[in-house]
Design a protein around this ligand. Sequence first.
Ligand code: NAD
Ligand code: UFG
Length: 336
Amino acid sequence: MQVLVTGGAGYIGSHTVVELLAAGHRVVVIDNLCNGSPEVLNRIHAITGQQPVFIEGDIRDRVLLDRLFAEHGIDAVIHFAGLKAVGESVACPLTYYENNLYGSMVLCRAMAAAGVRRLVFSSSATVYGEEAAVPYVESMPRGMTSSPYGTSKAMVEKVLEDLCAADQRWSVALMRYFNPIGAHPSGLIGEDPRGIPNNLMPYISQVAVGRLPELSIYGNDYPTADGTCERDYLHVVDLAVGHLKALQILDAPGVKTYNLGMGQSVSVLALVNAFIQVTGVEIPYRFVSRRNGDLAAFWADAGKAHQELGWRAERGLEAMMADTWRWQSKNPGGYR
Ligand code: NAD
Ligand code: UFG
């Protein structure tokens, strides 16, 4: 297949491009590099021996998209491009709706005009909302999201459902990610957040490499076994493989929704200890007050992805820690 990957210079997108190329697909990447790096393309080449076509541009640029679809016979789109910082979305909601919601709508318009109606969309466990019972199952309704970021994901899901209901030619997979961490085992590509990381894993690895002095653990008074929050962490390479599996079911029309997670939760403290144990590097940390909007614990029921896609997260915590550390220690400043 010739696959258009939006946001392919980013964290999850770059790992997915590697898996696509390795599986024999041809890839076109569009990315405006607002949170991605052009160096990613060189690294993808170093891993796979192949270079995807790269178009630096914005998914909100309809003229550019029309040209892209006219020039490259695209069969399907995997849509990662978007903004993802939860706190920033609270401060700048319009920026998030413009990028994530409007951007997705422009993309769908351009796809329809080009006759391309197969789409895999990056959604998030956050769409289950604050009240959902664990583990999260796809049959649950979307809930009350706690940030404009989460709402933008829920809104795009709804737009895509409505689109499929209106036009039977569309085929869409909504992939609800839990907490992707880790890096490609080569250590050549990985997560490279700009500024101080918001997320736990890159924060830990930047403390380990000496870029940050210590980790603040947000809250140790949650109703969990050790008092710290629990999340369902999965290896980014497993997540990438999930997208390839989703491509295979896009012959059938309609919307399919899948949780992509390990199906088990790990506490913040357990993750820190796993990192120390696997890498031998100490992580100084202290407990601070809870972070606004954090839920105590959630994890996936990942059974549907296993039954329908034949997908299962296979790489365990040890690989997640070792691969994160290989990436971070080989690239202490990220791609820069
Ligand atoms: P990322 O920021 O590393 O990658 C996103 C890429 O999209 C970046 O390279 C960025 O430059 C590009 N981009 C952003 N807006 C664009 C636009 N308007 N036009 C063109 N390119 C644009 O993020 P990621 O972690 O790889 O996440 C990919 C997707 O998965 C996002 O949609 C994110 O919301 C979703 N997601 C991520 C997580 C996570 O924990 N990383 C969890 C759930 C869902
Ligand atoms: N945490 C810390 N210290 C830090 C960073 C995080 O203690 O410096 C804790 C958080 O309080 C939370 C856990 O580590 O308990 C995980 O936090 P992350 O920020 O890594 O991940 P979240 O679960 O908050 O959010 C992630 C993505 C969202 C996505 C959500 C659900 O960032 O985009 O998973 O999939 F919506």
